[in-house]
Design a protein around this ligand. Structure first.
Ligand code: V47
Ligand code: SF4
Length: 399
């Protein structure tokens, strides 16, 4: 597909500001843009221009390939010691009877529910509580691996790790080594929010600092392991804080090369302490994807997390630098439905996901967590597609 204007067309525009022309030339020459240039893009660049640059990079790196995987989420608890102002999901300790706190047995029952399903990944993330300590999580990873060794365990963030390592009196390096030995395969990107203390101190409820988040990922990467990174944007931060965040990630990636994917997370404002803060527009969401793609030249993948931004925006984002749309997740994550996302029970069948990708002229590729290709759906025809040939939309099939 090439719905975005080419960079050449952009460069031929006589009304293009000289600063934007210089940035477009850099992108065409595969050169890195500076922090000042990144900030200029946030402040001045129009959506069409950004789309052309981001799509150029996306197609250079991946052609039309658009990745997804088959995963399910497990959220051990929604009770949390911390008090992040954007969080719609957690219940404070004093209201813990309103939430859930799964036992080891209950968690293993959730894992077993997927025994006959072709999922390749379990994504574990939730609130922070004292009973979920280093030993508990090490045992959980061991139990999952004993039950289903090939299931990739993508679990917890530096928010949990900082807490359990401190409590268990081990260093970040020792702690991450223990987690690896227990069966942890990779780390998801959560808990990053906005690194800059001007914003983090206001919104992140006393959890680990931006520096600590980065140190824990660094220790994990040093073990030869991979992780993701996120940025929670569109609330009280300014563009300069977004660029600071992206710069910290780009610098660590230069050092370790351990990040796989960057996932911008749009702030949703329902049922939390920041409900008075308006949400970003779809145009701003697309601009943010595109600038992330342009700025993070050393990240392979940019992911649109569809349960949060809706499947329509996820589809459009594929022309703004995005090359991954997460998984065919079941309705096992509550983080976004509780925060006001359009997706109240997020679940998309493989057929729906593939159609969403193919409908905009991209190639649907199923991957595992580490981007090993599982299946190319280019020539695949689903049974339902034959039955419904000629219809513009397919039936919703959740399993
Ligand atoms: O860290 C919480 C965010 C994150 C809200 O690595 C909110 O593949 C918006 O990190 N509005 C957890 N966002 C989810 C996460 C994630 C999701 C998908 C894939 C991957 C991956 C990682 O959710 C939290 C926080 O930044 N969050 N509340 C809210 N109201
Ligand atoms: Fe707890 Fe995470 Fe919610 Fe913060 S975002 S309150 S750390 S569950």
């Amino acid at each position: 597909m090439n719905q975005a204007a080419s960079i050449q067309t952009i460069l031929n525009d006589p009304s293009l500001k000289p600063e934007l022309k210089a940035i477009a030339e850099k992108v065409l020459d595969s050169k890195r843009i500076s922090e000042e240039e990144g900030l200029f893009l946030f402040e001045e660049a129009e959506l069409g221009y950004l789309g052309a640059l981001a799509n150029h990079i996306r197609e250079k790196k991946h052609g039309n390939n658009t990745y997804f995987n088959r995963n399910f989420h497990m959220e051990p608890t929604n009770v949390c010691l911390y008090t992040c102002t954007f969080c719609s999901y957690s219940r404070l300790i004093k209201k813990r009877d309103e939430g859930w706190e799964y036992t080891m047995e209950e968690m293993m029952d959730i894992v077993k529910k997927y025994d006959d399903q072709p999922v390749t990944e379990i994504h574990i993330v939730g609130g922070v509580l004292p009973q979920y300590d280093l030993k508990f999580y090490a045992d959980l990873f061991k139990n999952i691996k004993a039950h289903r060794p090939e299931l990739h365990v993508k679990a917890l963030t530096p928010v949990e790790y900082h807490y359990i390592f401190k409590k268990g009196k081990v260093s970040y390096a020792e702690g991450m080594k223990l987690m690896k030995e227990a069966g942890l395969d990779s780390m998801p990107g959560g808990g990053a929010e906005i690194f800059h203390p001007e914003i983090r101190d206001e919104i992140a409820g006393g959890k680990c600092s931006g520096e600590e988040w980065l140190q824990i990922h660094e220790e994990w990467h040093k073990l030869g392991m991979r992780s993701n990174a996120t940025m929670l944007y569109g609330h009280i931060e300014k563009f300069k804080h977004r660029i600071h965040h992206l710069e910290q990630l780009r610098a660590l990636q230069d050092k370790t090369g351990g990040f796989q994917t960057f996932i911008p997370l749009k702030f949703r404002n329902q049922n939390n302490q920041m409900s008075h803060v308006p949400e970003s527009t779809v145009v701003e969401d697309l601009r943010n994807y595109a600038i992330s793609r342009i700025y993070l030249d050393n990240f392979d993948h940019i992911k649109a997390y569809w349960p949060m931004i809706s499947r329509n925006t996820a589809q459009i984002s594929l022309a703004f630098g995005v090359n991954d749309i997460d998984g065919t997740i079941d309705d096992t994550t509550k983080i976004y439905s509780m925060a006001g996302s359009e997706e109240q029970a997020p679940a998309m069948s493989t057929m729906e996901l593939v159609k969403l990708i193919k409908d905009v002229g991209r190639k649907a590729i199923e991957r595992d967590t580490l981007y090993n290709i599982q299946k190319d759906y280019t020539d695949h025809v689903f049974e339902e597609e034959v039955v419904y040939k000629g219809y513009t939309s397919l039936p919703v099939v959740n399993k």
